[in-house]
Design a protein around this ligand. Structure first.
Ligand code: ACO
Length: 363
């Protein structure tokens, strides 16, 4: 038995390679940080999905279809937005995605990606008592999400930074949520069910629920001079410091620096970035001192928090934004699973009591 399945290889994938020792993430043959710097989210969607849908159109046509799907998604959920927004962030997202018909085709896949950003932005604005902003099919996915969420048309720099985020987190090997999505896909339940399974796994604070708490931590610490005692107290309480440690990366998560590069292009965040960097250094020193053998390093969630905050996205929405991007990878994995499917059904070892004859006796 391998608790956590860390030594188990449960799939062959051509989608990405998470090189935990080398600190590299390769997505379909390209380094993730290169994709984040140079490729649109629509481009990475095309890259991830090619070979898995017979009817996959050109990158430009896929972008157009995604834009039209955002408009469809808004019409679909508008009458239900109050009920959706009554649920907290990720539960609201799950509810919104349940309006997408299950299926294994491209229309379902595009509808899921579109619905994710539309429901994230609309539910968030409803909760903040702001009027909803309808999608603009002519904008890029990144720009339209910022516009729907903040109500402002983003600058080129903001769009670029949002795009870099969506790209860098779009795919990441057989992490907990992707595995959950593949398990569900393997039962042939459909892509919507697989993506909702992914969201349910991502929701946890050990996986995709960390970036909101990262900001709470930065706020709680407040200044570099307060970092040491705050961190000592947290570690003494056996708390986990959000945005640090990773199951696979035993060196620095390469996505952290790609996100930091994106933050640097946003002048508005300079002060916050300085604070985050100072606190990061103190945390790394403290983790090294308290767990010298584990090599706990900064993970993607730390600078995700700083970036999404700089983009004006409320912290309660961070996990939903993460899920909206990772849905690209979940769909690709679900399709890859289906391409040579064998239902995923591992075994367990029974460690309960032996059969008791007494339970067979009449009362
Ligand atoms: N802060 C303090 N201690 C930590 C941290 C942390 N961030 N991460 C791991 N540890 C400690 C654990 O307490 C444990 O110590 P112990 O053996 O004394 O109890 C030891 O390191 C090993 O921890 P595990 O949970 O076994 O390691 P695992 O590989 O499962 O952890 C995980 C990976 C869940 C990401 C962990 O590092 C963590 O909880 N980090 C904080 C939450 C976080 O940032 N999550 C986002 C991850 S990135 C992503 O999923 C997108």
């Amino acid at each position: 038995m391998d608790a956590g399945l860390e030594k188990v290889i449960a799939a062959e994938t051509m989608l990405s390679d998470v090189d935990g020792a080398g600190g590299r993430l390769i997505i379909r043959g390209v380094l993730a940080q290169e994709l984040a710097a140079n490729c649109t989210f629509e481009g990475v969607l095309h890259l991830l999905w090619s070979g898995f849908f017979d009817e996959l159109p050109s990158r430009e046509e896929l972008a157009r279809e995604l834009g039209m799907a955002r408009v469809r998604a808004f019409t679909r959920i508008y009458p239900h937005i109050e009920a959706i927004a009554q649920q907290p962030d990720m539960q609201g997202l799950r509810l919104g995605l349940a309006f997408v018909e299950d299926g294994e085709g491209l229309v379902t896949a595009i509808d899921l990606l579109a619905m994710a950003v539309v429901v994230t932005a609309a539910a968030s604005r409803f909760r903040r008592r702001q009027s909803l902003v309808e999608p603009d099919a002519g904008l890029s996915h990144a720009a339209d999400f910022i516009r729907m969420s903040t109500g402002q048309i983003p600058s080129a720099a903001v769009t670029h930074a949002m795009n870099a985020y969506l790209v860098i987190v779009s795919e990441h090997g057989l992490n907990a949520s992707t595995f959950a999505a593949r398990v569900v896909a393997s039962t042939r339940a459909g892509l919507a069910s697989a993506v909702i399974a992914g969201i349910s796994a991502l929701k946890g604070p050990l996986h995709g629920g960390a970036p909101g708490p990262v900001l709470d931590m930065l706020d709680g610490i407040g200044s570099p001079s307060a970092a040491r005692s705050w961190i000592d107290d947290a570690l003494a309480r056996k708390e986990r410091l959000m945005g640090f440690g990773h199951r696979v990366y035993k060196v620095r998560d390469p996505r952290a620096d790609a996100l930091k590069a994106a933050i640097r292009t946003l002048p508005v965040s300079a002060g916050r970035l300085q604070l985050a960097e100072a606190i990061e250094q103190t945390i790394l020193q403290k983790l090294k001192a308290s767990k010298p053998d584990l090599n706990l390093q900064t993970n993607v969630e730390f600078y995700t928090a700083v970036l999404l905050e700089a983009l004006g996205i409320p912290r309660q929405d961070f996990s939903c934004v993460f899920a909206s991007a990772r849905a690209a990878g979940w769909v690709a994995h679900a399709k890859e699973q289906l391409a040579s499917n064998r239902m995923i059904r591992p075994k367990s070892i029974y460690v309960g009591p032996d059969v008791k004859s007494s339970v067979l006796e009449p009362a």
